[in-house]
Write a protein that binds this ligand. Structure first.
Ligand code: SAM
Length: 283
């Protein structure tokens, strides 16, 4: 018999039995609602034997749902205390492998056997953005990323130019993937309940970026500059790249862009136009 881990009673029981006090520092808010686990697993569209990386399995609430889908689950957990818990709660699944470590430090290609995979996780909120950014920047063969994040972070990921939520995270996520919000999740779906509403976001990796970029390094330097100083004109904030005023003026003229606009109004295409004009100038 498979008893469902994602329920208030079982999470409470397991934590009590193993003497686990959830660590706020490690972002430990465990899911206690099975319907949320089911929706996350459904959004991942897993097939039997497919490799999936879970970040932060906790006591195994989401891991169980992933295991039941038949996928080949590799889960990386930082908190050593949880290893023996996971050994017990997931004992009956032979398609789960737990790795002890910090997801920002482990060699992901190696643990995923250098093959394409999906990432599914209820992320620890204190490092949500670094995790997402590093997964994207490493250019790993991640076919799909289905993650629970703070609602506000999910909004930043899907934000359009000119809105308050639009920033470097929006550009990076939309450059590499097609993101969409799957569902909102209220604080009471977790134990302990976090202070904010969460959301599940599904990011499908693009086959190629939506805009043509001659040099990605330059593109992301322009992106960084565009959002470095909110409410400054783009010409001004571009100075943070180290370019002088005259060069910035000629880059913007070449890109046919009005430098008096604010950086946060720039679309991916316009950011790419600036980066490509800069690139052309260097040739
Ligand atoms: N997946 C479980 C669930 O949904 O109930 C737990 C999710 S909890 C929000 C985040 C988990 O990530 C915790 O178990 C925490 O210990 C773990 N964690 C925190 N920092 C980590 C890191 N740098 N690398 C790997 N796991 C981490």
């Amino acid at each position: 018999l498979e008893s469902i881990i994602a329920s208030p009673e079982v999470v409470h029981y397991v934590c009590k039995r193993f003497g686990i006090h959830m660590s706020k520092k490690l972002g430990q808010n465990f899911l206690i609602r099975r319907s949320v686990v089911d929706e996350i697993v459904a959004a991942a569209e897993l097939t039997a034997g497919e490799p999936v990386l879970e970040i932060g399995p906790g006591i195994g609430t989401l891991t169980q749902g992933l295991a039941q889908s038949g996928a080949a689950v590799t889960a990386v957990e930082l908190d050593r205390r949880l290893l023996e818990v996971l050994d017990t709660t997931l004992a009956q699944y032979n398609n789960v492998r737990i790795i002890h470590g910090d997801v920002l430090k482990v060699n992901i290609p190696e643990i995923m056997n250098h093959k394409p995979f999906k990432v599914v996780a209820n992320l620890p909120y204190y490092i949500t953005t670094p995790i997402i950014m590093s997964l994207l920047e490493m250019k790993l063969p991640i076919e799909r990323l289905v993650v629970m994040v703070q609602r506000e972070v999910a909004e930043r990921m899907v934000a359009q130019p000119g809105t308050k939520a639009y920033g470097a995270l929006s550009v990076a996520v939309q450059y590499y993937t097609e993101p969409s919000i799957v569902m909102d999740v209220p604080p009471r779906a977790f134990m302990p309940a976090p202070e904010v509403t969460s959301a599940v976001i599904c990011c499908r990796l693009r086959e190629k970026p939506p805009v043509e970029v001659a040099d990605e390094k330059l593109f992301f330097r322009v992106v960084k500059a565009a959002f470095a100083q909110r409410r400054k004109t783009f010409s001004n904030t571009m100075k943070t790249t180290g370019l002088d005023k005259e060069t910035i003026a000629s880059v913007l003229a070449k890109a046919n862009i009005d430098g008096a606009r604010r950086g946060e109004t720039f679309s991916l295409q316009e950011l790419a136009d600036v980066a490509n004009a800069w690139y052309a100038l260097l040739q």
